[in-house]
Design a binder for this molecule. Structure first.
Ligand SMILES: Cc1ncc(COP(=O)(O)O)c(C=O)c1O
Length: 491
């Protein structure tokens, strides 16, 4: 559009009688040019930016201002956003973020996700987006192939593993009610028996949150532990199941524990569950990716026998946040648990799929674009290589720890997490815990790397998790040096 035909941008000067739609249409053209540069900076600068910008708190004070009356227009608002972000950014997609379990973005998934936003694709039902719905179904089908899950399982994309656990356990609860002869989603739980939920001490906090929300109650979850790390006491679990005398129950298998990457004994737990009247839910948020590499697939052997399975895409699939997947053996249970109908919505008998009626979210973005695009772009082989790259990085870092006099490995490294601590020698266990706890805060404040502390049993540890294709061997070598440098400063 030529300069003289451009309407005034939406800004302090705009008046009530200006056509807002006309202004927006004109604004978008300039914005795309601005965005081109901004995206290049954001993505190409990722390797070099620190994990966490220091001084973020002070920089964020500018956010505290009253709601603008007329606004400054898109271009200035985006300029301001970039300025604030530059001063306070967390580079969680960069190669030096090992906190929680945070993946990167494959190039194809990043591009596809931007397009999902640009096209404003809504993936509630076929009628509003045939492409969003069909791409989700296809991507879920590919994911089942990637993870070796039965093709007969149904799936749904959700925000992450928390919501995938929600779907799996809502389906389990529906099954449990039906075993007792009632429909939980219709009648609720009042006056009903307690749903038994059995697991190990590896159970993730998100699962407890989900069970709290579903009326089961966090403290009703029975954790059978044989040590203070939380490893399963299978004999105690067997006894508890025998005591139920065939009453339906739910067994949660934790395929990947967040502090060391260790697994519950999947097959043993499923064998036990099958001998008793149990639903088996597997939380494989990141651990399910073991099945993508023959080097570690044995840890998650047996998951294909589960009734419901959780896995996260924004972790090791390396697709943008937010993206998680639930797979459930019986789609009827999902449909009854998440039933969603009203006169203005698609009929429950419509053969065209309504994904909003088999999962928790009604309006949903097209997470499928990113998942489909990355699987199309890199296939099974490319994703095996991402997983194995991260396994190699974890092993390389574990070697750094072993070689360093002041670092101590605190657990085996089965997968992509390395539990270790700073141990300069001569300190008691309590002192080491305090030192590593303080060091955890210092590492975060330093900003060069992002990694957190946790506990294995009573001991305070660092637990860097490697699930981003961007991380290089030199990054983890530097991380070991930085931990020692900062640790020595605390002595
Ligand atoms: C084993 C496990 N389950 C569930 C979750 C929750 O995942 P999300 O944050 O994607 O909801 C996590 C996150 O780290 C996890 O590791």
């Amino acid at each position: 559009m030529s300069e003289q035909h451009k309407p005034t941008p939406v800004s302090g000067e705009s008046t009530d009688d200006t056509d807002i739609a006309e202004l927006f249409r004109a604004e978008i053209e300039d914005l795309l040019v601005q965005l081109n540069t901004a995206l290049a900076d954001a993505v190409l600068g990722m390797d070099d930016r620190p994990a966490l910008t220091t001084g973020a708190n002070a920089a964020l004070e500018v956010l505290q201002e009253p709601l603008p009356g007329t606004g400054c227009g898109a271009q200035k608002s985006i300029e301001k956003l970039l300025e604030i972000n530059a001063k306070a950014a967390a580079n969680t997609g960069g190669p030096k973020c090992f906190h929680f379990i945070i993946g990167g973005n494959t190039p194809a998934s990043m591009a596809a996700d931007l397009l999902a936003t640009a096209y404003e694709t809504v993936t509630y039902t076929w009628v509003v987006s045939p492409v969003g719905v069909q791409m989700e179904l296809q991507a879920l089908s590919w994911l089942k192939e990637l993870f070796g899950l039965p093709s007969s399982m149904s799936g749904i994309m959700v925000t992450g593993a928390t919501m995938a656990n929600f779907v799996g356990l809502a389906s389990a609860r529906q099954w449990w009610g039906e075993q007792h002869g009632f429909d939980v989603s219709e009648t609720g739980m009042a006056g009903k028996p307690q749903m038994p939920v059995l697991t190990s001490g590896f159970v993730h906090a998100s699962t407890l949150k989900v069970l709290a929300l579903q009326g089961i109650g966090r403290s009703n979850v029975q954790q059978f532990c044989r040590d203070d790390f939380g490893r399963l006491d299978i004999d105690a679990m067997r006894q508890a199941l025998e005591d139920l005398e065939g009453q339906p129950a739910v067994v949660i298998v934790n395929a990947g524990e967040v502090n060391s990457g260790e697994f519950d004994p999947v097959n043993d737990m499923i064998n036990l569950a099958r001998d008793h009247n149990c639903w088996v839910h597997v939380d494989g948020a990141f651990g399910l990716f073991a099945r993508v590499s023959p080097r570690v697939a044995h840890f998650a052997d047996g998951v294909e026998r589960a009734d419901s399975v959780t896995v996260d895409g924004h972790k090791w699939l390396n697709v943008p946040f937010d993206s998680g997947y639930a797979f459930v053996r019986d789609i009827g249970l999902m449909a009854r648990a998440f039933r969603y109908s009203a006169d203005y919505l698609p009929s429950e008998n419509d053969p065209r799929p309504t994904l909003g009626a088999i999962g928790p979210e009604s309006s949903r973005r097209a997470r499928s674009f990113a998942v489909w695009a990355t699987l199309k772009a890199y296939g099974r082989e490319g994703h095996r290589r991402i997983v194995e790259h991260c396994l190699d990085i974890a092993n390389h870092f574990a070697d750094q720890v072993r070689q360093h006099n002041s670092l101590e490995l605190m657990a085996d490294v089965p997968l992509n997490i390395v539990a270790f601590r700073f141990n300069p020698g001569g300190l008691g266990e309590g002192e080491l815990d305090g030192l590593n706890h303080r060091l955890g805060e210092v590492v975060i404040a330093d900003g060069r790397f992002m990694a957190g502390t946790s506990r294995i049993g009573k001991r305070t540890i660092f637990r860097p998790a490697f699930s981003n294709w961007r991380t290089r061997k030199k990054d983890v070598e530097e991380f070991a040096e930085v931990v020692v440098e900062l640790g020595n400063r605390l002595l």
